[in-house]
Design a protein around this ligand. Structure first.
Ligand SMILES: Nc1ncnc2c1ncn2[C@@H]1O[C@H](COP(=O)(O)OP(=O)(O)O)[C@@H](O)[C@H]1O
Ligand SMILES: [Mg+2]
Length: 258
């Protein structure tokens, strides 16, 4: 396929409330995307990754649901990065979280794709003619407060663009025709929370290494275990910060062996 020419994002004047579209990056594989680079490591979720990737090959609209903080966005981004090679036309993340009204949903998608307004052309028409019949992935993130608008957009785009797949995240299903819904489970404490502890502890204390002894210690500290369990269902930045403090506190007390 010929390289895709991606227009530069034209953010600003008309929609100041939208966050600027991420830079469209052409990867070595030649796939255009605006998926953000993650600064922390992704913990566990091997089985979930496999299931969601498989579901995405069978469903053109898949919504990851679950409570705030359970890990929907992070899982969606990991899945998108994994399936990227299957979408040679590109993969784009459009975050609905900052949008203040339903009319902004198509605008946010156009901005994510890097498409500027065209006078006299409806935003949806700009988006559908850009995607056309090509194989592309659109991640609609944090849809919960704009369910109807996201459902309508998804239905319209999927009808107009036969090669498009949409992965949405939302506390509740969008309620769109043909939507597959997959509930994101909390991470299990025993394996994945300990792994999360190890990751965060190593960042807090360079050189910290997880051993079977301190893994057992994590599970035997009820306050830490409970905090980690809630970190995996984290809702608030402040809560997260307090868990990180607790991790740091406990790292000091971890048994040292080896
Ligand atoms: N599997 C994971 N490994 C590492 N960090 C994770 C994982 N899942 C979630 N997080 C982190 O937990 C926080 C909340 O996750 P997020 O995906 O934003 O939740 P949601 O979208 O369900 O509200 C984020 O900082 C995210 O990076
Ligand atoms: Mg989210």
């Amino acid at each position: 396929m010929a390289p895709i020419k991606v227009p530069l994002a034209d953010v600003g004047a008309e929609a100041p409330e939208l966050s600027p579209a991420g830079a469209v990056v052409l990867q070595p594989a030649g796939v255009a995307h605006n998926l953000p680079v993650q600064l922390t490591s992704f913990v566990g979720r091997e089985a979930e990754m496999a299931q969601v990737c498989a579901l995405l090959t069978e469903n053109r609209l898949l919504t990851l649901t679950g409570a705030g903080g359970v890990g929907k966005t992070r899982l969606a981004l990991e899945v998108a990065a994994t399936v990227l090679p299957k979408f040679p036309a590109g993969a784009w993340l459009a975050d609905m979280a900052p949008l203040t009204g339903p009319a902004l949903v198509p605008v946010a998608v156009a901005r994510a794709l890097g498409l500027p307004d065209q006078q006299g052309v409806a935003t949806m028409a700009i988006v559908t003619s850009f995607i056309g019949p090509r194989l592309a992935l659109l991640v609609l993130d944090n849809c919960e407060h704009l369910l109807d608008a996201c459902a309508a957009l998804a239905e319209d785009l999927l009808r107009a663009c036969p090669g498009l797949t949409i992965l949405a995240t939302s506390r509740e299903p969008l309620g769109a025709a043909g939507e597959a819904v997959w509930r994101v489970p909390s991470l299990a404490l025993a394996g994945e929370a300990v792994e999360l502890f190890a990751d965060r502890a190593a960042r807090a204390r360079p050189g910290f290494a997880m051993t079977p002894v301190n893994a057992a210690a994590v599970e035997n500290l009820p306050d830490l275990a409970a905090a980690l369990r809630s970190q995996l269902g984290l809702r608030l930045e402040s809560r997260r910060a307090s868990v990180e403090m607790l991790v740091i506190d406990h790292v000091e007390k971890m048994p040292t062996e080896n």
